[in-house]
Design a protein around this ligand. Structure first.
Ligand SMILES: Nc1ncnc2c1ncn2[C@@H]1O[C@H](COP(=O)(O)OP(=O)(O)OP(=O)(O)O)[C@@H](O)[C@H]1O
Length: 339
């Protein structure tokens, strides 16, 4: 994809203050988003990570003016999402969760149509369309009616359509759900390039830990409508530290080892029978000395494993629940479903 303009990077382009949204269902109030205070600077690539129902889509729908907040406020590109909806919409691109593309048209026509609607000449629109078809591996499917495409192919088309006008701020709601791993990687590459080469501010939602990690920008972890962590993925993980998991010949040996492991600065030590788990910021570096000390003390380790932290560990540490378990994992792929 050719990208030759750069959006200016300066100051926050998204600002929310106490942003809140309630829904009423069966006379019960659902607090989907609870008092979000957020700033996103121009040129940032931000992932909202959280389980199903955490409030990610609702937040995006408020920021894109599709629904109004119950309380609090938000500005996008300097415009209020309630008072200046049209101005917000002019500054953003949005790819929602559903399939936006019409069904009787061919994929190529859908993209062309969007490009023309955004003011590109016929020639530029054609070039842009071919670039996007190529980038999303859709060229060979471009002449089939959208209705005949698989779920994954349609999802790729949705995202391609969202990228047509190269907006300065782009919102993507679970862009890679339903894509197979290879197309997920393709998509992530497109997202990264758009951010790096054009300086596009990108906010996306995901419940794929790997995706939030791979995009490596800022990760905002959301649970029950609130931000529970907000930092770079590597910072979130290193704050938690490595896990050093050790087995011993007996529970007594494990208890003795735990006392020693407790001396490692900032270590969190848990003993379960003859198993000891140590979570520590530099656990990987501390492990060899610990193993040698334990052997010298007559309580040798029988098995040891050092595991670097994942974003799931971060979520588990913050909420006591695993994100993998709380999210319904989408069926492996919808690729090829109707192909
Ligand atoms: N239109 C609506 N009417 C009633 N409840 C809603 C509505 N939209 C969302 N909710 C509820 O608000 C909460 C947050 O939903 P939201 O879709 O924002 O979560 P999410 O983090 O985007 O999850 P997912 O990954 O499943 O999209 C959920 O409990 C959901 O059921």
């Amino acid at each position: 994809m050719e990208m030759n303009t750069t959006h200016q990077a300066s100051g926050p382009v998204i600002r929310t203050a106490g942003l809140t949204r309630h829904f009423t269902r069966n006379k019960q109030t659902i607090e989907a988003v609870r008092g979000l205070d957020l700033e996103v600077a121009a040129g940032e690539l931000v992932a909202f990570l959280g389980p199903n129902g955490a409030g990610k889509s609702t937040t995006l729908r408020m920021l894109t003016t599709l629904i109004a907040p119950t309380a609090g406020s938000a500005t996008v590109a300097g415009h209020d999402v309630v008072r200046d909806r049209a101005a917000v919409r002019r500054s953003i691109g949005y790819v929602g969760q559903g399939n936006a593309a019409g069904h009787q048209y061919r994929g190529r026509d859908e993209i062309m149509c969007q490009a023309r609607a955004h003011g590109l000449s016929r020639r530029d629109a054609r070039t842009r369309t071919e670039e996007l078809l190529e980038a999303f591996d859709l060229t060979e499917h471009a002449d089939r009616p959208v209705a005949q495409l698989s779920g994954g192919q349609r999802r790729r088309l949705d995202v391609a359509i969202g990228l047509v006008q190269e907006p300065p701020i782009l919102f993507l709601d679970e862009p890679s759900t339903g894509l197979d791993p290879q197309n997920r990687v393709n998509l992530q590459e497109q997202v990264r390039r758009l951010n790096a080469e054009l300086g596009t501010t990108i906010v996306l939602t995901t419940h794929y830990l790997e995706e939030a990690d791979a995009l490596a920008g800022r990760v905002i972890v959301i649970d029950h409508g609130q931000v529970i962590a907000d930092d770079r993925a590597d910072a979130l993980k290193s704050a938690l530290g490595d896990l050093v998991a050790m087995d011993f010949a007996s529970a007594d040996a494990a208890r003795a080892a735990a006392t020693r492991a407790d001396r490692i600065e900032g270590a969190q030590v848990t003993v379960t029978g003859s198993h000891v788990a140590v979570r520590a910021a530099f656990g990987r570096d501390a492990a060899p000395t610990l193993v040698a000390d334990l052997a010298a003390a007559g309580t040798p380790v029988t098995r040891i494993e050092v595991v670097g932290p994942t974003l799931d560990d971060v979520f588990l540490d913050l909420t006591g629940r695993s994100l993998r378990e709380t999210s319904t994992t989408p069926s492996a792929s919808t690729e090829g479903a109707a192909a």
